[in-house]
Design a protein around this ligand. Structure first.
Ligand SMILES: [Zn+2]
Length: 356
């Protein structure tokens, strides 16, 4: 039986025998070994630095002994069963994503948090979450495996292994979140232009979706012009939850000849939702104050709400909107947002009506 050289992976009966014996001296063998490593490294470079045993053996013709030599010499490291990194440094997240895909085969794809990270929604981190067909094994050490009978829609982000499409990945992750976080995730994905409200609605069709109502509301508000998670949450928690008029979102107007876009205008009351981004710049802050002063002189007051108002004190904010609308001549009736609503201007009996 022909044996295989453990340096260069070539059969000793062909490369090292007969008239080639002198050519395949030890130094020639070393060169061949380095050449083989270079080919493997090039293939691995397109896979984040990972390469599988299957690729080495079937595609590049390596022997088990040659692979063992790389590991024993500590040129390579084993990442998962049958998958190696062609370096010994800390593997990148891309390397680990590719390794997981190589380990579980062509039909596998990143899913859940890992898919969202691969699509650029959130910061990459471990563990790697991988979808595999329901007929596959449910366990691979080092990977969080998700199985399903239905094959999800899959695409390949540039330079990365295949991943569940963003609209499905966000619905998978939203299942595990609270309603506020789920709504924020949906609006964040829409805001980044990764998915359209229509794509999310299509993905929801015929599925049992936790937080369906909240997600549908976010999509409706996104379509109506809201553009940031804070704006969407503010419209829901301050206005809608308290039965206040919603007015119009993303209203374009001019101040001193300059175009401005208002988050929301309700009967002449301007409501702005100030996220930390964009308003942290002191020049932006002064510009906002200047606009507020100018529109005030035109009879259009401005109320500004930040993260704390929206998420921790929505009832106090609703009281302010209610009062401002009354002063503008558009009295509204406040509705308690919950049995524990902290609004101070609720009509008599409103709270008991809600809890009855
Ligand atoms: Zn309330």
């Amino acid at each position: 039986m022909a044996s295989v050289c453990d340096k260069c992976a070539i059969s000793t009966s062909s490369a090292h025998a007969g008239r080639n014996r002198q050519i395949w001296s030890d130094s020639g063998c070393m060169q061949r070994s380095a050449g083989l490593r270079a080919i493997a490294t090039r293939l691995a470079a397109a896979q984040g630095g990972a390469i599988s045993r299957d690729q080495l053996v079937r595609t590049l013709g390596w022997s088990a002994a040659t692979i063992r030599t790389q590991l024993d010499a500590q040129r390579w490291q084993q990442l998962l069963h049958g998958v190696y990194s062609v370096t010994t440094g800390e593997p990148s997240i891309t390397c680990l994503w590719c390794a997981a895909h190589l380990c579980r085969g062509e039909s596998s794809a990143l899913t859940g948090e890992s898919a969202l990270q691969a699509w650029g929604v959130s910061k990459p981190m471990l563990p790697v979450e991988l979808w595999v067909p329901s007929t596959s094994s449910a366990r691979t050490v080092g990977i969080t495996i998700r199985r399903s009978v239905i094959v999800p829609q899959i695409r390949r982000p540039p330079g990365l292994p295949p991943a569940v499409v963003p609209q499905l990945a966000l619905l998978i992750v939203a299942e595990r979140l609270g309603v506020t976080e789920a709504a924020a995730l949906v609006s964040s994905c829409c805001q980044k232009g990764l998915v359209s409200p229509l794509q999310i609605e299509d993905a929801m069709q015929g599925q049992r979706i936790r937080h369906r109502q909240a997600i549908v509301e976010v999509l409706a508000e996104f379509r109506s012009g809201a553009t940031t998670p804070l704006e969407i949450a503010g419209s829901r928690r301050i206005l809608k939850a308290h039965g206040l008029p919603m007015g119009e979102g993303q209203v374009r107007s001019e101040i001193a000849g300059r175009p401005v876009v208002r988050d929301r205008v309700v009967h002449g009351l301007i409501i702005e939702f100030d996220g930390r981004l964009g308003h942290a710049d002191p020049r932006g802050r002064f510009r906002d104050l200047s606009r507020d002063n100018q529109t005030m002189l035109l009879g259009m007051p401005t109320l500004r709400f930040g993260w704390t108002d929206v998420h921790q004190q929505p009832c106090a904010a609703a009281d302010q909107v209610h009062l401002a609308l009354a002063q503008l001549g558009f009295p509204a009736t406040l509705r308690p947002c919950s049995p524990n609503c902290a609004c101070t201007n609720l009509p008599a009996g409103a709270r008991s009506d809600r809890t009855a």
